[in-house]
Write a protein that binds this ligand. Structure first.
Ligand code: THU
Length: 133
């Protein structure tokens, strides 16, 4: 069973490194990979705003770059006392490396979270299966 609370805690650890000189909006993420490893991430902004990388993609790309191509759960935390949902690009990246029923854990604070699935927040996703048609 996924330890949601631990993943939320790890997402907060990731958030500590958020590089956010422009938005001042910190986001942290933690990904549980198939082999049990946890990868944390933060948002990393850039003076050329479009070059910014979201926390979720930082964490997922860390996992993939170390050989973990299947993620089983992801926790995301943003500003305190509100839920931060993954942006559209991050939903698409989650779809590339996770099953539609992956747990997407949205933390409001270290003790409160809600759990969604990718299918709920990205219905009808375009995936590699579509390319095989
Ligand atoms: N951000 C994330 O890190 N993840 C999301 O899913 C939403 C947006 C970051 C990007 C940028 O650094 C800041 O939040 C404001 O958009």
């Amino acid at each position: 069973m996924t330890d949601c609370k631990l993943l939320v805690q790890k997402a907060y650890e990731g958030r500590k490194n958020a590089y956010i000189p422009y938005s001042h909006f910190p986001v942290g993420a933690a990904v549980l990979a198939e082999d049990g490893r946890i990868y944390t991430g933060c948002n990393i902004e850039n003076a050329s705003f479009g070059a910014t990388n979201c926390a979720e993609r930082t964490a997922i790309f860390k996992a993939v770059s170390e050989g973990n191509r299947t993620i089983c759960a992801i926790a995301i935390v943003g500003v305190e006392d509100d839920y931060t949902y993954p942006c559209g690009i991050c939903r698409q990246v989650i779809a590339e490396f996770a099953a539609p029923d992956i747990k997407i854990i949205l933390g409001k604070n270290p003790d409160e979270y809600i759990v969604k699935t990718l299918d709920e927040i990205l219905p009808g996703a375009f995936t590699k299966e579509d390319l095989e048609k």
